[in-house]
Design a protein around this ligand. Structure first.
Ligand SMILES: Nc1ncnc2c1ncn2[C@@H]1O[C@H](COP(=O)(O)OP(=O)(O)OP(=O)(O)O)[C@@H](O)[C@H]1O
Length: 265
């Protein structure tokens, strides 16, 4: 089967005043891949996510989003909600759940991007709205089962253990029905057992939901186990790309990480 490109980033550049946070970055992700974006602190990884998901408008370069067999669309400057509707969604480095809403409600909010009935439908509670709501609840439960949180559905999200909150963020992002899911440091703050469970969950999302994954991660054991390809950035510039084994042995990567644990992972 022909390879389908989901994300095609060409020469992406982002300047903050005099600071160049991204310097002509190229990156391509094919359907069904699990790809990691790594690099030392301040390398520009989160800026990359912010540029491709519409939070920042890049200073230069192009971002094309494919998926669902359609011709890739140029999404520079497109608003985050619209990008989510086109099939790319993300989680954030810091947990951004609605703490005083239930676990189920948090997932249903993610689903809003896909709901057709507007304010009028909601006010009149038309049959179409009611049936859409029913489906949204069923879909949300299915996602909660996927991330092993169905038993917590009616609990306030603030009462969840830390690792469970991170899984809830993933379920909420999945509720937008993405073709590509961007995870910003999903293992941050997790203990080794939670990280192992996260590894299993991310594979499951890719294999069972057919969602392509791009993750930023500092946990090198997770990156090396999980990813099929890795991009490495340093000071805003791409310095290497390859399989985990190639990256581990790449002199430029070893130099960028000197003193950090990538070499031992
Ligand atoms: N909104 C902003 N305004 C000005 N400078 C910024 C802004 N966002 C990021 N930067 C700068 O851009 C550079 C890249 O930051 P970024 O957060 O993208 O790095 P990172 O690779 O995600 O780092 P970390 O691994 O620590 O999260 C840094 O020098 C940072 O200070």
């Amino acid at each position: 089967m022909a390879t389908e490109t989901i994300l095609d980033v060409k020469q992406l550049t982002m300047d903050f005043g005099g600071l160049r946070a991204l310097n002509h970055v190229d990156l391509t992700i094919n359907k069904g891949e699990i790809v990691a974006l790594i690099g030392p602190n301040g390398a520009g990884k989160t800026t990359f996510f912010n540029c491709v998901t519409g939070i920042y408008t890049p200073t230069g370069g192009d971002v094309f989003l494919g998926g669902a067999g359609r011709v890739p669309i140029r999404i520079n400057g497109v608003k985050p909600n619209r990008i989510a509707a086109l099939g790319m969604t993300r989680t954030f480095q810091n947990i951004r759940l609605f703490q005083n809403m239930t676990v189920l409600e948090n997932v249903m909010i993610g689903r809003h991007v896909r709901c057709k009935s507007g304010i009028f439908g909601a006010l009149t509670r038309s049959p179409a709205t009611r049936s859409e709501e029913k489906k949204a609840i069923a879909d949300a439960y299915r996602l909660l089962e996927k991330v092993d949180l169905a038993d917590w559905a009616n609990e306030f999200s603030k009462n969840l253990p830390y690792g469970a909150q991170r899984r809830l963020e993933i379920a909420r992002a999945m509720a937008t029905d993405p073709v590509l899911l961007l995870l910003d440091e999903p293992a941050a703050g997790m203990n080794p057992q939670e990280t192992q469970e996260l590894d299993t969950l991310i594979r499951k999302i890719r294999d069972e939901e057919e969602i392509t994954i791009l993750l930023i991660e500092h946990d090198m054991k997770l990156v090396m186990n999980l990813s099929e390809r890795i991009y490495v950035m340093d000071y805003g510039s791409p310095i290497a790309t390859g399989t985990p084994m190639e990256i581990k042995n790449n002199p430029a990567v070893i130099k960028a990480y000197l003193g950090e644990e990538v070499v031992d992972a």
